[in-house]
Ligand binder design. Structure first.
Ligand code: NAP
Length: 258
């Protein structure tokens, strides 16, 4: 059961945080893993670390997912390296804050371009290979923010994460005849490099609002991604699953016992 050894996997935004955690879980399970991001420095360090984890190949690819041509080139490089592609984890995303009252067109376009267009472009670029796989998997990193919750300063971000779920439901129907499943993981607050930029006060207040009492790890997300990539998960499609230590459950902070 749960054999990922013969699978090839591409993780966008795989050089840091959640993406690197996802890539690490797949590498440990013996899969061939490609990580893609904009910065070469982050990629080189991540590829070296992932190489230590398992017997599969590890490849780093530079990409800006908001650029369609860049996604096409990313997919070509990975498919060439692995001889195909079975699993796309469309994870790259940004979460700068911007209050609604002062949000600029540039801020809105940037986050839509990476989080929403980037999801479309990455999926479209990998589609032929995922169809050829015969058991392709698309796993989106959405968020609890937008689909379930809100937070001041992140109206644009929440909109992008909810948009990914709208995309997912129709994509799941369109791709079902090709035996491709499309699912979304909704992380709660996960300790990543991007999360660290929110500051200690934000992180401490988030920890207090999580019934499990602490932020999650990138590997917590990776374990669900790995399961969704298995043969055993072939009948699960179009679904969103929160991985959040129970964060969306309490009706008030008083409901949390810790
Ligand atoms: P992170 O630590 O900032 O890592 C983001 C990754 O995405 C990096 O590898 C970054 O590398 C890459 N990236 C950013 N923009 C890109 C672009 N235009 N093209 C290609 N790669 C790009 O962030 P994270 O916390 O791991 O978040 C990852 C995903 O999880 C995002 O989609 C985010 O919305 C989602 N999420 C995170 C949390 C959380 O608590 N951390 C919660 C819910 C959802 P470069 O900068 O070098 O490109």
């Amino acid at each position: 059961m749960f054999d990922l050894q013969s699978r090839s996997v591409l993780v966008t935004g795989g050089s840091k945080g959640i993406g690197r955690g996802i890539a690490g879980v797949f590498a440990r399970a013996g899969a061939d893993v490609a990580v893609a991001a904009r910065s070469a420095a982050g990629l080189d360090e991540t590829v070296a670390a992932l190489d230590e984890l398992g017997p599969g190949k590890v490849v780093g690819v530079r990409v800006d997912v908001s650029d369609r041509q860049s996604c096409t080139e990313m997919a070509a490089t990975v498919i060439d390296a692995f001889g195909g592609l079975d699993v796309l984890c469309a994870n790259a995303g940004i979460f700068p804050d911007a209050p609604l009252a002062t949000m600029t067109v540039e801020q809105l376009n940037e986050i839509m371009g990476i989080n929403v267009n980037g999801t479309f472009f990455a999926v479209q670029a990998c589609l032929d290979a995922l169809i050829a796989s015969g058991s392709g998997r698309i796993i989106l990193t959405s968020s609890i923010t937008g689909p379930i919750t809100g937070y001041p300063g992140w109206s644009h971000y929440g909109a992008t994460k909810a948009a990914q779920l709208g995309f997912m439901r129709t994509a799941a129907i369109e791709l079902a005849p090709h035996k491709i499943t499309v699912n979304a993981i909704l992380p709660g607050n996960i300790m990543s490099e991007g999360m660290a930029e929110n500051g200690e006060e934000y992180i401490a207040s988030m920890a207090r609002s999580i019934p499990a009492g602490a932020l999650g790890t990138p590997e917590d997300i990776g374990h669900l991604a790995a399961f969704l990539a298995t043969a055993e998960a072939a009948y699960i499609t179009g679904q969103s699953i929160a991985v959040d230590g129970g964060q969306v459950l309490p009706e008030s902070l008083d409901a949390i016992i810790n």
